[in-house]
Structure formats: structure tokens, C-alpha cells
Design a protein around this ligand. Sequence first.
Ligand code: ZN
Ligand code: FE
Ligand code: FE
Ligand code: FE
Length: 162
Amino acid sequence: MAMTTKEDLFLHFLRDMFYAEKQILKALPKMAEAVDGTPLADAFREHEQETRGQVDRLKKVFELGNKEAKGVKCEAVIGLIEESEEIMEDAKDQGVLAAGLVAGAQAVEHYEIARYGTLVEWAKELGYDESIPLLEKNLQEEKNADKKLTEIALDFANKQAA
Ligand code: ZN
Ligand code: FE
Ligand code: FE
Ligand code: FE
């Protein structure tokens, strides 16, 4: 898609995130299954539910701009998810698997935080006033998910040290 204005760029990254969230929705249940019965699995399943709400908010942002809700391929999220898939295939120890998946999931959260941070700023610049709180809500959920993962990782580390 040719991009000549900041509006085009905003739409491009909105589509990028729409695509990314849908990929994440497919990945999270597999990641939860891999560590089933642990607090990490609960965190993945909880974030899967949140992610459904995030997709709905993105649809709302498309709607507010009178744009069709459609995604554009995000190579970054594909690559990040592939890293977690590799860990699920290769980790031969439950502790190693869990630590690897926390790291993989945090990389995804950091990508999302970067993108939503930018989208919020651009929505402000462009005067997309009704979209700002929707994007801010997604941003906040990603930050909380990241924090939760850090807590889980610290719990693991403390248990292993004990
Ligand atoms: Zn493009
Ligand atoms: Fe998300
Ligand atoms: Fe992307
Ligand atoms: Fe997320």
C-alpha cells in the first residue's frame, strides 16, 4: 500500500497490529497447553481472553475511521512466535520450557507495547480523539501482561534457588 500521509502510516500500523493480535490469539492456547497446570498457563489463557477484547477495540478504531478492518502481514510477530514454537519443540525440561516461554511471550508484549505506544501518540497528533482511549487500553493491558510475566519469572527463579 502506498503511503503518502501520516494517516496512511497510522492505518498501516493499525492493520499490522490487527494481524499481529490474530496471530497471538492462535499462539497463546498452544503456549498454555505446553505448560498446562501452571500459573504461567493461567496467565497465557487470561491474556488470550484480553486479546479478544483488544481485537474488538481495533475493529472499533477501524470503524471510527470508516476503514475496513483488515490486517497486513507482520513479519515481526511471525518471527517472535516462531521463536516460542522452537522452544516448545526443543526444551526437554519443564523449567527450561517455562522460562523460555516467558522470555518469548515478553518479546511479543514488548513489540505490542512499542506499536501501541506509537499508535496512541499518532492518534493524538491526528486528532483521532475517540480512538485514543481504545488504543491506550490495549497498551495498558500489554504493559500489565508484561509485568505479570516478570512476576511469574521471579517466582520460578526464587523456587529454583530455594
Ligand atoms: Zn505496508
Ligand atoms: Fe495484544
Ligand atoms: Fe509489525
Ligand atoms: Fe499481549
